[in-house]
Design a binder for this molecule. Structure first.
Ligand code: DC
Length: 218
């Protein structure tokens, strides 16, 4: 049985930063499931489909073949063979992914890819429903969170560091909107698994969080 670590939590809690660090320390792959949902959202945006039209999204997502590969340990997401990594991390794609990922046909498509990766590889996988739905067997399971103020500030600093313009209040509003959408959808809502450990990272350093997770690993 592969080593499968699950990290779930709201947007901006630090899941990907922590997961990448642990992947490196444990020499396992990092699977970023948000990027898979973002790739489908990008496909839907490019197609011009109404993001509120569930039926149209269910139909259109069939044309989006999402696969992943690794280059120097970094995950590359391919959408119908095109490397789309450079287009995935915008606020527009994130908010759209939060909507399109609530469509059952989209989740079914991504679910199989996620389970296959975990069965074939030692991995740390992050998302919203990894511990609850995708990898119920994962161990350890972590639910990572932080206050919305702290999460917004982290995103803001990230954007500023990249030389992009950013509005802290707007980011906080977007984060809270996404939290609400992710927690209140009917299918696979964001919630802590019964057997997950809650880590509030508001006042923890990245190293402290990574050490806490590694201490839980078999
Ligand atoms: O983690 P992220 O910000 O890249 O995720 C983008 C959106 O994708 C998020 O708002 C909800 C959705 N998502 C999901 O529904 N299930 C996952 N396992 C990962 C992400």
């Amino acid at each position: 049985m592969s080593l499968n670590i699950a990290i779930d939590g709201p947007a901006g809690a630090g899941k990907s930063t922590i997961a990448k660090l642990i992947a490196k320390k444990k020499n396992i792959i990092y699977v970023d499931t948000g990027a898979m949902y973002r790739a489908i959202a990008l496909y839907i945006l490019r197609k011009g489909t109404d993001v509120n039209d569930t039926e149209a999204i269910s139909n259109d997502c069939k044309g989006a073949n999402v696969t992943i590969g690794y280059e120097d340990g970094a995950q590359i997401v391919y959408l119908n063979g095109e490397n789309v990594n450079a287009f995935l991390r915008t606020e527009e794609v994130g908010l759209t992914a939060s909507k399109t990922s609530a469509v059952p046909a989209v989740r079914a498509q991504i679910f199989e890819l996620q389970q296959k990766l975990a069965k074939e590889n030692d991995c740390i996988m992050d998302g919203r429903d990894i511990g609850t739905v995708v990898l119920p067997w994962a161990s350890p399971k972590i639910f990572l969170t932080a206050s919305s103020e702290v999460r917004a500030k982290r995103r803001y600093d990230e954007l500023i560091a990249k030389g992009e313009s950013a509005d802290l209040e707007q980011i906080k509003e977007d984060i809270e909107k996404r939290d609400y959408q992710d927690m209140h959808r009917e299918i696979s809502p964001l919630k802590q698994a019964d057997d997950a450990t809650l880590l509030d990272t508001s006042n923890m350093t990245i190293e402290q969080v990574a050490d806490a997770v590694i201490a839980m690993c078999p």
